[in-house]
Write a protein that binds this ligand. Structure first.
Ligand code: AGP
Length: 591
């Protein structure tokens, strides 16, 4: 949530910062702003609205400067207004700060600062940072020393960048829990929440650890630890294929990412088999296994639970990451915690993993983003290798997570190769399902675009796909949707079915087929419009989304794809932007 960027170098800074903000927009897009140092002045322009709107309205591109910082916001403290947009400044307008995260003790610090005469102009937690820096700079500190002095007073999680007229020509940055990455291509230097922001200029990157401080000037970069000791850091190479962020001719990132799934599947099998099998054995041997995740990643975990049980005969539990802390008492040395997260940044997951580590558990994470905070915290990491996912709605990362669980469960019974071969074949089925259904899904979305609620039902391993289909629909089209085990309908939700209510029935021709169909019939008898997602046709369906016949444990992977596409086309037909749904952000770095 929120993207921050800073540039210092030989080129005009503002165009680089603006371009970076567009690349960071997936992290938040309710407000944007920039600050630059030019000719002895600190220039700040910001407003509520999407980045392109703010750029146009305030003619941001005309701002001069060779040192600049920028911000794209997802509001936490304070409404979406121009005052609350970043950068924030001090009383004298001499310091500018952009921040990602939450300063938890901001109320207390605000009161203390107000008492000694500081004037605040926003409702944000961020604004205390430039005011704290102001006092340090007045005492003659350098900007980096000012940051080192104030950091111990800040509680919470944060990454922030600052510039100041009192120590011009430099950008300082620091972080705690929230990522901050530096890019270097002397004499040009970049610092951001995500290397994607500057990956078109350099692939040489360095990460900051908690409480470290970075200083960027035209002469170079310096790193300090929390005590102010200089650190030596080596740049590592960024994988450019991961950092690709163009739409590749598609109208939206979401559509591109849906279409990339067949390829993602063929790539995912390239894992280190021995290491993978060892991880699977660790899971098998553990006294208890808990999988923790949020949102779509949690639905992948639910499918994983079925796979572990069906294939590896290993029972495990799935705990929502935001609730994980409440179960921490049951975690011990003989527990394996599997954390699943596309971004590797989700605050609830990171928090849960820290608690699990403290309790002595072994942590295995399944992540997409390389070098993420979650990866750093884990004893073992499995990467999805599906490339950057920009659309807020997760698609290809979900399919890749399912594939990882499939591989892990087969590795438990020493059959990794067999699973890898099946997944490679399945990539052709993913292409088929897209080709078979595209035009039917477009027609269906036109027909159903004004419906106020959708219900998704399935049984067994496909139940989580019902939930995932519903999540996709609600997050990008704003239609109410619920996914549930088909057998649960009659315990309450059936009361909501009326004439024309769309019910999406995921009923592959497997062990769940007949029972699911009979639950679908119960809704049809009450007027529901049935959309059957199956390899087997039935008279019950008002509309049939055909999926290929595959091994029964692979049905979730072929069934979810048309549901993603249905949500996408419904969003388009309702005039919604599927890449940037309202109120949401790709990386949820607040609890
Ligand atoms: C998915 O479409 C959602 N945007 C959201 O539920 C997401 O899956 C969740 O926030 C978890 O993100 P993560 O996988 O990066 O941890």
């Amino acid at each position: 949530m929120c993207g921050i960027i800073g540039y210092c170098g030989q080129k005009p800074a503002v165009p680089i910062v603006l371009e970076a903000l567009k690349r960071l927009e997936y992290r938040g897009y309710d407000s944007a702003g920039i600050a630059s140092l030019y000719d002895g002045r600190l220039l700040i322009r910001k407003d509520a609205g999407k980045i392109d709107e703010v750029i146009q309205k305030h003619d941001l591109a005309s701002l001069p400067g060779i040192v600049a910082i920028g911000h794209t916001r997802w509001a936490t403290h304070g409404a979406v207004t121009q005052f609350n947009a970043h950068p924030h400044s001090d009383c004298g307008g001499r310091v500018a700060v952009v921040h990602n995260g939450i300063i938890e003790n901001n109320q207390q610090l605000r009161q203390e600062l107000t008492k000694i005469g500081h004037k605040f102009t926003s409702e944000t937690d961020t604004e205390i940072i430039p005011h704290l820096l102001e006092d340090e700079l007045k005492n003659g500190c350098s900007l980096e020393q000012a940051v080192l002095n104030i950091a111990p007073r800040l509680e919470g999680s944060y990454a922030f960048l600052g510039i100041s007229l009192d120590d011009p020509g430099k950008i300082i940055g620091t972080r705690k829990t929230i990522p901050l990455i530096v890019g270097t291509d002397a004499p040009d230097y970049y610092v951001s929440s995500d290397a994607l922001a500057f990956s078109q200029y350099t692939n040489r990157v360095m990460s900051l650890e908690d409480n470290e401080v970075v200083v960027l000037t035209q002469k170079g970069i310096e790193f300090f630890d929390a005590q102010g000791n200089k650190l030596v850091k080596r740049a590592r190479k960024l994988d450019h294929s991961w950092a690709e962020s163009h739409k590749g001719g598609y109208q939206h990132f979401m559509l591109k990412e849906i279409m990339e799934q067949a390829q993602a599947l063929s790539q995912i099998v390239h894992q280190d088999e021995k290491r993978f099998t060892n991880i699977a054995l660790d899971i098998l041997r553990a006294r208890q296994v808990i999988i923790t995740a949020c949102g779509t990643s949690r639905y992948a975990a639910l499918v994983g639970r079925y796979l572990f049980s069906r294939v590896g005969k290993k029972f495990c539990d799935v705990v929502m990451a935001s609730e994980f802390g409440y179960f921490a008492d049951s975690v011990d040395k003989s527990t394996v915690v599997i954390a699943v997260s596309q971004s590797g940044e989700t605050a609830d997951v990171v928090e849960g993993v820290k608690a699990a580590r403290d309790a002595g558990a072994q942590v295995i994470s399944i992540v997409n983003r390389p070098n993420s905070i979650l990866a750093d915290l884990s004893h073992q990491v499995i990467y999805l290798n599906c490339g950057s996912e920009i659309a807020v709605a997760a698609t290809k990362s979900f399919l890749s997570q399912l594939a990882i669980f499939y591989l892990l469960s087969f590795a438990m019974v020493n059959s990794f190769d067999e699973a890898a071969a099946r997944l490679t074949d399945l990539s052709g089925d993913i292409t088929k399902v897209l080709n078979w259904n595209k035009s039917e899904l477009i027609k269906l979305s036109q027909k159903l675009k004004d419906k106020s609620a959708f219900y998704y039902i399935a049984r067994g391993i496909n139940f989580a796909i019902a939930s995932e289909g519903a999540l996709k629909l609600k997050e990008i089209s704003y239609i109410h949707a619920e996914g549930m085990p088909a057998g649960e309908l009659k315990h309450g939700t059936l009361a909501l079915i009326e004439l024309g209510t769309p019910v999406v029935v995921i009923c592959p021709a497997d062990y769940t087929f007949l029972e699911t169909l009979s639950n679908a019939m119960e809704t049809k008898s009450r007027g529901a419009y049935i959309i059957g997602v199956s390899d087997k046709e039935s008279d019950i369906y008002d509309s049939w989304i055909r999926i290929p016949e595959v091994d029964e444990l692979l049905y979730p992977m072929v069934a979810v794809v048309p549901l993603q596409l249905l949500a996408y086309y419904l969003a388009i037909n309702r005039g919604c932007d599927p890449d940037k749904p309202r109120n949401l952000a790709k990386s949820v770095t607040v609890k």
